[in-house]
Design a protein around this ligand. Structure first.
Ligand code: AMP
Length: 141
């Protein structure tokens, strides 16, 4: 049975023309199969964290109405990261495009390579702000 659910996906870029990478990612996400882009948060600049010296990120979050399972969505996100020219030389290092599944309204996953909600769902202030913004955008419909 297919489930129609709402998925929250975080976009991040800290290399190259960051706005352009986010715009391309939004377009690619909106054209995934069995998926509709419901709302996009505002774009926020954040300082990088972790051990590697790197420039600030542009972050954004989108809400997607989708029939893709978390596993199918992860596959699509990997495909989009590759297609949009993800460049990364080291773990935690800078990247042109990073896409994360933050959470689903109804579904969860707990596998070695896929955890939904994302373990950082409540840790990143900007993710919390973006989720609140999306909730109010969606509620207005
Ligand atoms: P990162 O280095 O942040 O790009 O992490 C990439 C890997 O994290 C992916 O290849 C996934 O297998 C794994 N992963 C686990 N949970 C999630 C999630 N909720 N969203 C995206 N990737 C995840």
């Amino acid at each position: 049975m297919t489930v129609r659910d709402i998925a929250y996906v975080a976009l991040g870029s800290n290399l190259g023309d960051r706005d352009v990478y986010l715009a391309r990612a939004r377009r690619a996400l909106a054209s995934m199969p069995r998926t509709r882009l419901m709302a996009a948060s505002s774009i926020e600049e954040t300082e990088p964290f972790g051990p590697v010296e790197q420039g600030p990120y542009l972050n954004q979050m989108v809400a997607l109405e989708t029939e893709l399972s978390p596993r199918e969505l992860l596959g699509e996100l990997h495909r989009i990261e590759q297609a949009e020219g993800r460049v990364r030389t080291e773990r935690w290092g800078p990247r042109t495009l990073d896409l994360d599944i933050v959470r689903y309204e109804q579904q969860t996953a707990d596998d070695a390579d896929l955890i939904v909600p994302h373990p950082a769902v409540n840790e990143r202030d900007f993710w919390r702000r973006e989720q609140a913004e999306l909730r109010s955008l969606i509620a207005r419909h």
